[in-house]
Write a protein that binds this ligand. Structure first.
Ligand SMILES: [Zn+2]
Length: 483
């Protein structure tokens, strides 16, 4: 029996603002516990929240980047529950008037896990969104041996929640969705989306049903996943568990589960009996938000998105769709490429150098493109030296290695090492004539029809030039002289 998995995701994204959602306390990862707090984010009685306009702008920008409808009027609500990480006993969130609705995230091949890229069920799938709303994060609990400590630095941090339609069908698709979404968030400067720092967190809703069954199966939620690969593993494990239960003829219960990454299994957190009733109501301390002014302003600054960049790279720089995808996958890499390729005669060659030699060299030293010792302009200069025949491709590799190690420009290295390629036709002709005179037998062989002896003669000329003669020119000149 075949089963179909149905997955919906709720993604929490920490926005890249300098201060918190409703107060002026700074947002900073890794600060000493409880140093970035004030009466508002500590939830002290009488403190009044004021909305952070930058958080509003970033959420509207996200909505516009993802093709959402932006609400003309939006509202903040109180989500009531009691938990030690939230002393005012409610979280300010949005209930029935979220900032954004609809929209979608386009998936592309490279967003899938490497081992799944050859086996994509639905190419260029677009995962539709239900909504995006804005809320405040809660504090963070740290459980010690016998006590629990709470760090309020995170309390009140602006958080954007992105909810998808339940139309993701595999752990690999969920992986691709999160990768593609993260990329767009980084493109927009909305968030660094660093999952290790908790800037992107994910809850998954998942159900399985038999292929011949039309209604959805029992929905089970997996809470608080904090890595994209963890989401993939947790979903794969949960699908196996649910199918196993159905195969045994047992029934699934609606429940919330956690993920133990080390053990590689999900575990029960709570059943439906303990489901919360949040008693949402509009927060009387905050006014409703009219978005017309901010939407008009943000619309002018929507950046070029990964998909558009890939298409443009192919059209403008004649790189392959695959190369365009790799370059556009990383905004810094895309910027590096464009700076180097700007005005280059053969931008395709620039792309080749970046994607092969440069990336290999960076990977070998565990460096990212941001710490690259070769500036994009310097790489362009090197590629120009090769393309114009001043140095050979082989010499280019030597020069590149030296550039990477010393940070010196290509022209300086070429001069210092005296590795400039000989491309002066008169000088090469003289060398060819000398070699032909000294090697009468191969010359006669060639004239008698032995084409291979041309290579021997060519090798002799290059040897005589101490490896400096341009091999292509040597071949052309010899060929002309021998005919
Ligand atoms: Zn505060």
């Amino acid at each position: 029996m075949n089963y179909i998995a149905t997955i919906g995701l709720e993604v929490h994204v920490q926005l890249k603002t300098r201060s918190k959602m409703f107060c002026a306390s700074p947002v900073e990862f890794g600060a000493e516990p409880n140093t970035h707090t004030c009466p508002i984010c500590l939830g002290l009685p009488g403190a009044l929240p004021v909305m952070n306009h930058e958080a509003l702008r970033l959420t509207v920008l996200t909505g516009l980047m993802l093709g959402c409808d932006i609400a003309a009027i939006s509202q903040f609500d109180r989500k009531n529950y009691f938990y030690p990480d939230m002393p005012k006993n409610y979280q300010i969130s949005q209930y029935d008037m979220p900032l954004c609705t609809n929209g979608n995230v386009p998936l592309h091949d490279l967003a899938y896990p490497k081992d799944a890229q050859k086996n994509i069920a639905t190419r260029d799938k677009e995962v539709r969104l239900v909504r995006i709303h804005l809320e405040e994060d809660v504090a963070k609990s740290f459980h010690f041996e016998t006590t629990t400590g709470i760090d309020f630095n995170r309390a009140g941090t602006p958080l954007m929640e992105i909810v998808t339609q339940p139309e993701i069908n595999s752990p690999e698709e969920a992986f691709a969705f999160l990768t593609a979404l993260k990329q767009i968030l980084i493109y927009g400067g909305v968030s660094d989306a660093d999952m290790e720092k908790g800037q992107l967190r994910c809850d998954c809703n998942i159900s399985v049903r038999r292929e011949n069954q039309t209604e959805f199966g029992t929905k089970i939620e997996i809470k608080n996943l904090n890595s994209i690969s963890g989401v993939r593993r947790a979903l794969a494990c949960e699908i196996r568990r649910q199918v196993g239960i159905l195969e045994r003829g047992e029934k699934l219960e609606q429940e919330t589960r956690g993920w133990d990454d080390a053990a590689g299994e999900t575990f029960l957190l709570r059943t439906k009996e303990f489901a919360h009733d949040y008693r949402y109501f509009p927060d009387p301390d905050l006014v409703t938000v009219k978005t017309n002014v901010v939407v008009a302003r943000v619309r002018e600054h929507v950046p070029e998105l990964p998909k558009a960049k890939r298409t443009r790279f192919v059209a403008q720089y004649q790189v392959t769709p695959y190369d365009a995808a790799v370059l556009a996958d990383d905004l810094e890499l895309a910027r590096y490429f464009e700076t180097a390729a700007n005005g280059a005669k053969k931008p395709k060659n620039i792309a080749n150098w970046i994607l092969n030699d440069l990336q290999n060299a960076l990977n070998a030293e565990g460096k990212g493109i941001k710490d690259c010792p070769i500036s994009p302009e310097a790489l362009d200069e090197l590629v120009n030296l090769i393309d114009s025949g001043k140095i050979s491709g082989k010499q280019g590799k030597q020069v590149f290695a030296e550039m990477f190690a010393s940070g010196k420009p290509a022209a300086v290295i070429v001069k210092e090492k005296g590795i400039e390629q000989l491309s002066d036709i008169g000088s090469i002709e003289a060398l060819c004539e000398q070699v032909m005179e000294e090697n009468p037998k191969p010359v006669a062989d060639f004239k008698a029809g032995n084409v291979a002896s041309l290579n021997f003669l060519k090798g002799q000329v290059i040897k005589l030039s101490k490896g400096k003669a341009n091999p292509q020119l040597v071949g052309e000149i010899l060929d002309k002289k021998l005919r």
